[in-house]
Structure formats: structure tokens, C-alpha cells
Design a protein around this ligand. Structure first.
Ligand SMILES: [Zn+2]
Length: 177
């Protein structure tokens, strides 16, 4: 497995943050503020600041704190938490590229997710105008799935209903100018 990925999967972001004196809810370490908008989700293993928009996993967190790349960051976390992962052989460039590919795919997926949710909500609110009231239940079901579902649900939805979503979008554009 990719070393960066391995560190990410085995490290607990809360423990990593604690090492740097950062708590689960506090003022953001990456921008100046008076009321806390920075928080860490242990269940999702991510951090997010609603003030400046910074966010990511434990690798990103340490990269930002120490101003180092993802590979160096993984190495640091490996040492801090004594994960005992051997960083000996593979080249850092190979690891970095792999990691970047995964991150990019994730970002793209998130963009798709937000956008689809917006389209479906928009469609739901305009069912009357589009004369598609009979589709209300299914649209509501999909919106629920996109909000409360798991990542597997979303992957399934993207795989099976992406074309249908495109149609919905086109229909919206045609009728609601
Ligand atoms: Zn911030």
C-alpha cells in the first residue's frame, strides 16, 4: 500500500492534532479569528475551518502546520504516533503522485456530489413548473440519499443514475430559464 495512505488510515487525526496543541474545536490555527470556526471530526478523520475554508485529513493538517509536502508529513506522523511504518525503499515522488491522484479524484467526487445535490433540490422546488409532480417521491429519496447516505450509496448513485441526473439538469435548464 502507498505509505501516505497507510499512515492516513492508521493515524488518528485527533491525536496528531493534540501533539501540535490543537484541540477538536478552537480558533483556527491558519487564520486570525476571535470565535472558533475550526473543528476536527474524529468519525470522519478530517479537519475543517468554516472561516478560511482550510480543511483536509491528518496528512494535510501536518503539511500545513509544518509547511512540508504530503510525503514528509506522513513521515512525521509515523514518528509522532510511533506507527512503525517503514519508509525505507519507495521514492517520495512516486508516493506523492499517487497521493495527489487520490486527492484529486476525491475533490472531483465532492464537486459532483455538491452539484448533483443542488440540481436535485432545484428540480424538486420546480416540479410544479416542469409538470413532473409524480417524480417528487423519487427525487426526495435521492436527495435524502445524497445527504444522509454513505460513500458507497453515493458511488452507486453516481454509477447508475449519472445519465438520469444529466437529463434532469437539461430539463431544468430548458424549462426554468
Ligand atoms: Zn481558518
Amino acid at each position: 500500500m502507498n505509505k501516505i495512505q497507510e499512515v492516513k488510515e492508521r493515524a488518528d487525526i485527533v491525536r496528531v492534532a493534540e501533539y501540535f496543541g490543537i484541540h477538536k474545536k478552537q480558533c483556527c490555527p491558519f487564520h486570525k479569528e476571535k470565535t472558533p470556526s475550526f473543528s476536527i471530526s474524529q468519525s470522519k478523520q478530517i479537519f475543517k475551518c468554516f472561516g478560511c475554508g482550510e480543511g483536509g485529513d491528518c496528512i494535510t493538517l501536518v503539511s500545513k502546520i509544518l509547511n512540508i509536502n504530503a510525503y514528509e508529513s506522513a513521515k512525521q506522523i509515523n514518528n509522532i504516533l510511533c506507527l512503525g511504518i517503514n519508509f525505507g525503499q519507495q521514492t517520495s515522488n512516486y508516493e506523492l503522485n499517487k497521493y495527489k491522484q487520490v486527492q484529486q479524484a476525491k475533490e472531483q467526487f465532492e464537486i459532483w456530489h455538491n452539484r448533483t445535490l443542488q440540481i436535485l433540490c432545484n428540480y424538486l422546488h420546480n416540479l410544479n413548473k416542469i409538470e413532473k409532480l409524480q417524480e417528487g417521491n423519487i427525487i426526495e429519496y435521492y436527495i435524502d440519499l445524497l445527504i444522509f447516505g454513505t460513500e458507497e450509496d453515493w458511488l452507486w448513485f453516481k454509477k447508475t443514475e449519472e445519465r438520469w441526473c444529466k437529463k434532469v439538469e437539461q430539463e431544468l435548464r430548458r424549462k426554468i430559464a
